[in-house]
Design a protein around this ligand. Structure first.
Ligand code: KG4
Ligand code: ZN
Length: 356
């Protein structure tokens, strides 16, 4: 098979999305299926690991069949099988990894163990020409990091969150306000009707010297809880409650925006001062689907003359195409994994370069 026509199956099962995609090295997405378990977890206000693992097991085989059918290919047409092998909820990760290993073993195909964070960070290259090195703000339900990406296996971590991830703080805010799960899209929608200056929420670490690329969101969560108390206690009438909820969401989002934008500005300065020739600034991960945050991050990057680029929103949240694409990049670099690869619940990106 020609190098740019190589076909990779990608499997994502590290959280609450069972996702499968078939992606060709020429960047064509032949099929792309995401089965959300949202309904199963909604009642708990968060993902229950055991429920998630069982859910993946139940739908993954049919989802793979569907993806192959839609792409009009069979397993023997594949050039590689990629699965998220960490970090993530290990029960689910094992389901996807074992499925990929089995297909690879039976069809004698390269097995590609994909790091979920690497997949988020590399996805942008599935849609755009973004040469290495580039700077990534990776914002998801479990992570918040700033990274320099130098190759599919070389990541330099500049900073990360000291406590909660951004997506997690969106989800917790939504839960406090009685909004739907996952919280990100719900908070973003409500914020559109609110006043971002109604509440003055903290901007943790923003004015603190010494941690220019770190994040902290737990104080923000506590502040949201404090202003939500009256609502939780039923002391606010329904009309006031609706506009108050919108104001809390808008003020919360505004604080998140200020923190993210300031950390990224520090990273732009760091790259310039250290003569790191970043080609682009990329925002990736589920929270990157937020149009408000995207537009402010874009504005900030452009004020530093750095081209901004982000994957389409449906490629920001967990999906199989990002895993398949990371698999394509690994395959092209000859980074094939052994079937003995042990999936990892924790798998920091910096450890990728030391594994090869
Ligand atoms: O990347 P992702 O799908 O899963 C993880 O790897 O964690 O990210 C999920 C997170 C959730 O916390 C969700 O609330 C958040 O991304 N999210 C958003 C939006 N869409 C999803 N956060 C803010 N605004 C959005 N529009
Ligand atoms: Zn993710």
């Amino acid at each position: 098979m020609g190098q740019d026509l190589r076909l990779v199956l990608g499997i994502e099962t590290s959280c609450d999305e069972t996702a499968v995609a078939l992606v060709r090295a020429d960047r064509t997405i032949l099929s792309h299926h995401v089965y959300s378990q949202m309904k199963s977890h909604e009642v708990y206000g968060g993902v229950v690991p055991e429920v998630a693992a069982r859910g993946h097991l139940a739908v993954l085989p049919a989802l793979i069949q569907e993806a192959l059918k839609e792409a009009k290919v069979s397993l023997s047409d594949l050039d590689g099988v990629a699965a998220t092998c960490g970090p993530g909820l290990i029960g689910g990760v094992l389901v996807g990894a074992m499925m990929a290993k089995t297909i690879a073993a039976v069809h004698d195909l390269p097995f590609l163990a994909v790091n979920h964070l690497a997949a988020h960070a590399l996805t942008v290259r599935l849609s755009y020409d973004v040469p290495y090195p580039f700077l990534v703000l990776l914002v998801s339900g479990g992570h918040c990091q700033i990274l320099i990406v130098r190759s599919p296996s070389s990541f330099q971590l500049l900073g990360s969150t000291l406590d909660d991830a951004v997506g997690e703080s969106f989800d917790k805010t939504a839960k406090l306000l009685g909004l739907s799960y996952p919280g990100g899209p719900a908070v973003e929608a409500k914020a559109k009707k609110g006043n971002p200056k109604a509440f003055s929420f903290p901007r943790p670490l923003m004015h603190q010297k010494g941690k220019p690329f770190s994040f902290s969101f737990s104080g923000l969560k506590t502040a949201v809880r404090t202003v939500s108390q009256a609502q939780l206690a039923g002391q606010v009438d329904p009309v006031t409650q609706a506009s108050r909820t919108a104001d809390i969401c808008a003020s919360f989002q505004e604080a998140v925006k200020d923190v993210l934008v300031s950390r990224c500005a520090n990273a732009f300065v760091f790259c310039a001062e250290n003569k790191i020739p970043i080609t682009h600034f990329v925002v990736a991960g589920g929270v990157a689907a937020n149009a408000f945050l995207r537009s402010h991050l874009k504005k900030q990057a452009e004020s530093y003359q750095i081209p901004f680029v982000a994957p389409a929103p449906n490629l920001c949240t967990d999906n199989g195409a990002m895993v398949a694409w990371a698999g394509v990049e690994k395959l092209q670099s000859g980074l094939i994994d052994s079937l003995e690869f042990v999936p990892r619940p924790r798998w920091p990106l910096e450890e990728l370069s030391t594994m090869i």
